[in-house]
Design a protein around this ligand. Structure first.
Ligand SMILES: *Cc1c(COP(=O)(O)O)cnc(C)c1O
Length: 416
């Protein structure tokens, strides 16, 4: 038996161990133990990630790609090793296909601006879905303002399922790009991305997946997906904020103009002409989040040692448990009960404003997200202004869900 399958045998025991790796989870709020159920907004960090960031600043910190001296060579090496680590983690064909960005938002803006700005023309169509985070809506609207593309929106049903057949009808000879979430942060829905990519490619359209949630909740293989662009953030993957990734197929990236200009993205500069660096450096103008790369690399080591499939299995267990327990609560309505979901539950409580629920839960030490979750069009689709969202990370356990359910029961009593 290998280490990974051994891990999955005794989940409760292992979760207790994983949980102990996260110092912040031992904090108390209002003298109560913290129950952290907002990992979809940003995950807590294991000690190894905190240590890696500190290690950089304590022992190896200098600017990268510039100095001939020892320290700069060390930090440059670590930065580039982090790129190779990311490459392995999502199974990209080459580390040159990994562009470091600030996060998912910047990665999508990069594609919209650079690819969209150079390859798309007025009248070209792109397809988004009703599940999208604002980060995968607004950059395309900015592009529409700039060059006059058309934006179409693939619908979902009442349960939050992505409607593949409706999507297929939207594909036309003018469709150039399909930009879809690989996991909804608000509902948890995981769209059928294999089919979406196959159908899009058959029509000659490229596909960008917003992987901010999906990369955290299960294994991702960009080559198996045959996806053209893939974006995610370090901070949701138990790594630091301020660093994220754009994966792009090498041929596509090579043909794309720079997104920002500055230092570290050039071969040579005169006032007449600048020659740009090759990929991925061409897209990394300026001093990047150097310590963040150390932290992201440590985060990938951390989740890889547990195994993304084990994390997925654990979160699916929590999802089933939470879905069943929440339905015990009088007049609680789950928003988003799609067939294929990540560990996220969104709901509303009849007659109680989401913000009031969030505030009452907070006094019990329970951290949930309330509001529109940066997905206002999605909320509109359900005729609501927001939900309460509990999202699970690898460190959550059934006791966290029991605490949530008990506190919601108390909320229900206050408002009945
Ligand atoms: C969080 C999130 C984003 C934005 O990520 P940033 O880290 O804020 O750039 C985009 N899409 C989804 C699905 C998300 O969950």
């Amino acid at each position: 038996m290998n280490a990974i399958s051994a891990v999955s045998e005794n989940t409760a025991f292992n979760v207790a161990r994983w949980r102990a790796d996260f110092p912040l989870l031992a904090e108390q709020v209002y003298d109560k133990p913290l129950v952290f159920l907002d990992s979809a907004a940003s995950a807590q960090k294991p000690q190894s990630v905190i240590d890696a960031v500190s290690y950089c600043y304590e022992h190896e910190y200098a600017n990268i790609h510039r100095g001939v001296y020892w320290l700069s060579q060390k930090s440059t090496e670590a930065y580039e090793q982090a790129r190779v680590k990311v490459q392995g983690f999502i199974n990209a064909a080459s580390e040159r296909e990994i562009v470091f960005t600030k996060g998912t938002t910047e990665a999508i803006n990069l594609v919209a601006s650079s690819y969209g700005g150079s390859e798309l023309q007025a009248g070209d169509e792109i397809i988004l879905s009703h599940l999208e985070h604002h980060a995968n809506i607004v950059p395309w609207q900015l592009l529409r303002q700039r060059i006059g593309i058309e934006i179409k929106v693939a619908p979902i049903d009442e349960q939050g399922n992505f409607l593949l057949e409706e999507f297929e009808k939207l594909l036309s000879p003018r469709t150039r790009l399909v930009a879809i979430t690989h996991g909804s942060n608000a509902l948890g829905t995981i769209p059928p991305v294999d089919d979406i990519i196959r159908l899009s490619h058959a029509r000659g359209a490229l596909v960008l997946l917003d992987g901010a949630q999906a990369v955290v909740h299960g294994p991702v293989d960009v080559q198996a997906l045959d996806v053209d662009f893939y974006a995610f953030s370090g901070h949701k993957l138990y790594g630091p904020s301020g660093i994220g990734v754009l994966y792009g197929k090498a041929d596509l990236l090579k043909a794309m103009p720079p997104y920002q200009g500055g230092g570290d993205m050039i071969k040579s500069v005169t006032f007449e002409k600048t020659e740009f660096a090759d990929i991925p450096g061409r897209f990394e103008a300026g001093t990047p989040h150097i310590a963040g790369a150390y932290g992201l690399s440590a985060a990938i080591d951390y989740v890889s040692a547990i195994g993304m499939s084990n994390i997925a299995r654990h979160e699916q267990e929590l999802l089933s448990y939470a879905t069943a327990r929440l339905q015990e609560i009088n007049s609680l309505r789950l928003i988003g009960t799609a067939d294929n979901k990540a560990g996220i539950v969104s709901f509303e409580l009849d007659g109680v404003h989401a913000h009031d629920i969030g505030t009452i839960l907070d006094r019990e030490g329970i951290a949930v997200r309330v509001g529109h979750h940066c997905a206002q069009p999605l909320m509109e689709r359900f005729n609501i202004t927001g939900t309460v969202r509990a999202s699970f990370g690898l460190y959550n356990n059934k006791a966290d869900i029991d605490a949530l359910v008990a506190a919601l029961g108390a909320v229900r009593e206050i408002f009945d």
